[in-house]
Design a protein around this ligand. Structure first.
Ligand SMILES: NC(=O)c1ccc[n+]([C@@H]2O[C@H](COP(=O)([O-])OP(=O)(O)OC[C@H]3O[C@@H](n4cnc5c(N)ncnc54)[C@H](OP(=O)(O)O)[C@@H]3O)[C@@H](O)[C@H]2O)c1
Length: 291
């Protein structure tokens, strides 16, 4: 499929919504999946969406996936080698002569002292900035969907979620709003958003008690927040690799200290509609929180 938009990590939380948003606009999308047997959920979007094998450990699939593409959404997985993967994807876009790249980064990527995870994002951003490609960087805050992916099991099984962030307020964003921004940028004239860095948040920073209240209201059963001390979080992550445990602890400390208690208007500025609130998120995903 020539002249299409490539979306990497298309089976993931953010990119699956980017695929949906682009397909909804009737565009030809090449959906990069680690292996074709994982592409079944994308069938619903045929014929606009064409799955393509894109395994970062197999360079031949990377080059084939980028061939003939003119715009690309690049997402690195949350792994220790995400910088190497990001640079690999930027190089593939350069080689293929891609006209526009949208890179998924993280809020505070250039903050100092910042966090290790954000330093990794910044390293990929700099690589992209120096590549000569036309680019737009999206720096989203923490995802509302983390309550499904990371906290979903305890919410479904115990009606509780555990976090070591005290009463820190967090500017969570619904990934559907990240996707809406990405789709807007990827369908506008390339020059419109070229060189922009968009920091994306939800409409309000909310406490974990407020998240619990939204989930309780949406599901009709009491769901509570358990504020755990950092030592308990360390113990719970005893089996996790150091980079992951330390990275999450840095993030929890930032949240606890109020480092995510702010918002931007960028989602609305770019898409002309307000971002989803935590209450709307909870209502829309109610069935996935069912016990
Ligand atoms: N969670 C947050 O609150 C938050 C906030 C800001 C920024 N971020 C950033 O968002 C990114 C993660 O996004 P996400 O949550 O949407 O990720 P995700 O749901 O974990 O999806 C990652 C995608 O990458 C694919 N992938 C992983 N390793 C691969 C490989 N070797 N070859 C090909 N594909 C591979 C996965 O494929 P499979 O399905 O086959 O595994 C999946 O499609 C990270 O860069 C993170 O730092 C996250």
């Amino acid at each position: 499929m020539l002249n299409s938009i490539l979306v990497t990590g298309a089976t993931g939380t953010v990119s699956s919504e980017v695929v949906k948003a682009l397909a909804g606009r009737g565009l030809a999308v090449r959906a990069g999946v680690r292996s074709i047997d994982k592409a079944a959920p994308l069938q619903a979007f045929r014929p606009n969406v064409q799955p393509v094998e894109l395994d970062y450990t197999r360079p031949e699939t990377v080059h084939a996936a980028f061939a003939g593409v003119n715009r690309a959404f690049l997402l690195t997985p949350f792994t220790e080698d995400q910088v190497a993967i990001g640079k690999q994807l930027v190089a593939a876009a350069q080689q293929a002569g891609v006209q526009q790249v949208v890179l998924l980064s993280g809020a505070g990527a250039d903050a100092q002292p910042g966090t290790q995870i954000n330093h990794w994002h910044r390293e990929v951003e700099v690589h992209l900035e120096q590549s000569g490609l036309s680019y737009t960087v999206l720096r989203p805050s923490g995802f509302m969907q983390n309550f499904l992916t990371y906290n979903g099991v305890s919410i479904r099984q115990e009606n509780k979620f555990y976090l070591a962030i005290g009463d820190g307020k967090v500017n969570y964003i619904d990934v559907r709003d990240i996707a809406a921004v990405a789709a807007t940028v990827l369908t506008a004239p390339v020059a419109s958003h070229c060189g922009q860095i968009y920091t994306l948040t939800g409409p309000a920073a909310v406490s974990s008690e407020e998240v619990a209240a939204a989930l309780s209201e949406a599901t009709g059963r009491p769901i509570s927040y358990v504020a755990v001390p950092e030592e308990a979080a360390v113990e719970a992550m005893a089996q996790a690799p150091d980079w992951l445990r330390n990275g999450l602890l840095e993030l929890y400390r930032l949240y606890k200290a109020g480092g995510a208690n702010w918002v931007t208007s960028t989602v609305e500025d770019v898409t002309q509609r307000p971002p989803h609130s935590i209450e709307q998120f909870a209502r829309d995903y109610r069935s996935q929180f069912a016990s």
